[in-house]
Write a protein that binds this ligand. Sequence first.
Ligand SMILES: Cc1ncc(COP(=O)(O)O)c(C=O)c1O
Length: 453
Amino acid sequence: MRDLDQPITLERALALERAEMIALYKAHVNPDLCSLLGLIGFDRRFILAEGVEVTDDQGRVYLDFLGGYGALSLGHNHPEVIAAVESVSHVPNLLQASLGSLVAPLATSIATVAPGDLNKCFFCNSGAEAVEGALKLARISTGRQDFIYAEDSFHGKSMGALSVTGRDKYRQPFEPLVPGCHGVPFGDTDALAAVLSEHECAAFIVEPIQGEGGIIVPPDGYMKAAEELCHAHGALLITDEIQTGFGRTGTLFAVEHDGARPDIMAISKSLGGGIMPIGAYVATDVVWEAGYGDRDRCVLHTSTFGGNTRACAAALKTIEIIMRDDLAGAARRKGEMFKRELESIGERYGLVKEVRGRGLMLGVEFYEPKIAKNLSHEYLAASVAGLLLQDHGIITAYTLNNPNVIRFEPPLTVTDEQIGRALEAFDDTLKHHKSLVGVVAGLGRTLLQRGRS
Ligand SMILES: Cc1ncc(COP(=O)(O)O)c(C=O)c1O
C-alpha cells in the first residue's frame, strides 16, 4: 500500500479500490476472516445503501435479507433517523456532568412500550454490554450469584455474556468463565425447574426466540412458565430481546406472544435505527431499587458513551417510526406469507428439514449433508448464502450456532415484491443444485468463474 507512513484520510478511505481494501483488511484487521468471507463472495465493496437495497462498486444492486443480524429493522440509512441525528448536532453529545439531553425522554419512551412493569433504563452501546449490565443488576438486586441459561443461546461475546452463551466453540478458548452458570435445554421447563431447585440462582436469561441457535421458537407458554418458575424460586427472569425486539417477530416484543413479564430486558440492535450503536437494559422499579437504589450504589455500573445524545435521538425516532408505521404488524403479515412460501419451496426439493420463526425472523434448516470428509458442515448454509449472493444478489447468512440454518431477517420495511424476488432466488438455488453436495460444489464453480473473470 502507498502512503502507509501516514494515517489515511476519510476522503482517501472512501475512494479505496476493493483490492486495496482487502489488502488493508488482511494487514491490519483479520486476515483469516477476510479469506473466509472471500470464499463465499462476501468480500465485496458496497458503496451505497438505501432501505433494503445496497449497491457494490460495480453498480450491482443487492437486496439485504440479512438486515444487520436484526439491527436494520428500518433498512439502511433511514432518512428520518439520519435527520434526527443531524437535528441534535448542536447539542452536547457527551457531557457526563449532566443528566444527558435525551436520556430521560428515551427511557420514558421505552418504559411506555416495554412489556410488564419494566420502567428503569440503563443505556450502553451494544448487545453484549446490555447483557453484562442485566447480569450484574440481577446479582446485586438478589444477592445471589448463579445464572441459568439455555443451551444454544447467544447473548454476546464479552466475558459475562459469553458465560451464559450456550456454544462450546465460543466458550472453551476463554475458560474459566464466570462460575455458577448452568445450561438447560431451551424450551424445557422441567430442566429449568430442576436447576432452580438445586441452586440459589440470581436469574434465568433467555431469548424468547433463539436467533443464533438457529431461529428456534419454544413451545407456546414457555416464557410465561419460565417467569412463574423463576419467581417461585426467588430468581429473576431476564429476557434478551436484542434480536427479537421492536417488532421483528410480529409483536413489539417477542414475550408478548406468551404475555410473560420479565424482571429485566436487554435490548439493542434495531433500537439505533441502523444508524447509531445503542444498547440498554430495562428493569422493574423493584429490581432497580434493590440493586442500585441508594447514593452509594447508583454509580456502580456506568458506561462512558451510554446515553449519548446522537444515539438517543436515533432511538427516539426509531421507536416513533416503528409505532407510527405499525412495523410489528407489517412483520407479522409479511412474515406469515414469507414463511408459507419458504415451506412450499422446501417441500418441493426435499433438501429442507424445517422452516422456523415468527414475523420476519425466519430460518430454514437443511438436512445434515453427507459431504466428503474434508468439507465441513459449516459450509452448507454458507454455500446457499454464497449462491444467493453470487447468482441472485440476495444477501443472507447462516446462524452462528447452527451453520445448517440460513436466516432471513430483512428490514421490516421490505416490500412483498422484494420478498418475492428472494423467494424466486431461493427456489432457483435449490432447483439448480438438486443436492446439498451440489450446493457446495455449485458455489465452488461460481467462485472459480468469478476468479477467472
Ligand atoms: C440475542 C442476542 N443477544 C446478544 C447479542 C450480542 O449483541 P452485540 O453483538 O451487539 O454484542 C446478539 C447478537 O447477535 C444477539 O442476537
